[in-house]
Write a protein that binds this ligand. Structure first.
Ligand SMILES: Cc1cc2nc3c(=O)[nH]c(=O)nc-3n(C[C@H](O)[C@H](O)[C@H](O)COP(=O)(O)OP(=O)(O)OC[C@H]3O[C@@H](n4cnc5c(N)ncnc54)[C@H](O)[C@@H]3O)c2cc1C
Length: 290
């Protein structure tokens, strides 16, 4: 941020939005700052610190869990609901994935909003949130002629956010919260990953969430990170095993679903390696729940 010249700390969303919509100077949201301060391009001249907007809470409203964009990764690790040893086995994959995303010093500052805004291809937390069918709430981009005082929130499914939501952020929109529905009490979850070392950032990771009764699967959700441009749901597998005896179909359905993946190759792994690891980790995650 060599051209940094303005710092703002608004106290309302509307004020933050007005600052972010400006074309000049080039303005960015400042959340935990772990990525922005070290990695952002030098074009950024102004930052809008959103710490004063009250977005740092996790609230439960009936079956809806609302995670503020400023909730840190470490808060997710320690949360009584999402934590690795949390009270709901269907949601503990969120704390486990947040733990896998970065070292403690980064997790203490990095936020869930910043993680979604970056959402790299293997992001463990984004992969886990996909398996939880999460939604992303975005603020800003008022329609032309709407009142300046009108709050404009949009709720996007996470998969939709990954395909086009980030273009909304580039226009000045702001992530305010992430929503997750509380799964049924018999729902379980699992998160599996592979990296160069057990503590390294994953090369491929998999998150699964579903319920199983007498061997029959319900509400299967399976997501893979590191095997495409962004983490993706294996919807072909999900439909293939739904309301069926898992053991009879798992291998054929996993092979068919992972064959559809189109991973990008790099020095950490070829496309074939990533597809094969997606299959191995997905089987491990699904069977650990069964
Ligand atoms: C050197 C280094 C490298 C890293 N590399 C990776 C990596 O490759 N992949 C990865 O997943 N994590 C990486 N991380 C961890 C990363 O910092 C965190 O995972 C997290 O993505 C950033 O969260 P933050 O709150 O610090 O975001 P910030 O650094 O504050 O912001 C990150 C980006 O997101 C935007 N943004 C932040 N919050 C919002 C919001 N609420 N609404 C709209 N836009 C917002 C910012 O404008 C900025 O462009 C890295 C960390 C470090 C220190």
């Amino acid at each position: 941020m060599r051209n940094f010249s303005e710092f703002h700390k608004p106290s309302t969303l509307a004020e933050a939005s007005d600052l972010l919509m400006r074309k000049d100077p080039k303005t960015a949201v400042l959340s935990g700052g772990t990525w922005l301060i070290g990695e952002a391009t030098r074009e950024i001249e102004a930052v809008v610190d959103i710490a004063g907007l009250g977005l740092d809470k996790i609230t439960v409203l009936g079956n809806l869990i609302r995670i503020g964009a400023m909730v840190t990764l470490q808060s997710l690790v320690e949360d009584p609901l999402f934590g690795q040893h949390g009270s709901h086995a269907g949601l503990s994959l969120i704390g486990t994935a947040a733990h896998a995303a970065a070292a403690l010093s980064v997790r203490n500052s990095a936020t869930i909003g910043g993680t979604l805004a970056i959402a790299d291809c293997v992001s463990p937390l984004v992969t886990a949130l996909l398996a939880c069918n999460a939604e992303v709430v975005i603020y800003g981009l008022r329609p032309i002629n709407s009142s300046r005082d009108t709050d404009v929130f949009q709720v996007l499914p996470l998969s939709g956010f990954l395909s086009y939501g980030r273009s909304l952020l580039a226009q000045g929109a702001l992530i305010t919260e992430i929503r997750v529905a509380r799964p049924s009490d018999d729902t379980r979850s699992a998160f599996e990953r592979i990296g160069r070392t057990p503590r390294d950032y994953p090369i491929v990771c998999v998150a699964a969430q579903y319920a199983i009764k007498a061997g029959i699967v319900g509400n299967m959700r399976l997501a893979v990170g590191g095997a495409g441009a962004t983490p993706v749901r294996l919807t072909r597998f999900e439909f293939g095993v739904e309301k069926k005896y898992l053991n009879e179909f798992i291998d054929a359905e996993l092979t068919a679903a992972t064959d559809l993946l189109t991973p990008t190759e790099n020095f950490l792994g070829s496309a074939d390696y990533r597809r094969a690891m997606a299959r191995v980790l997905a089987r491990r995650a699904v069977m650990s729940i069964a």
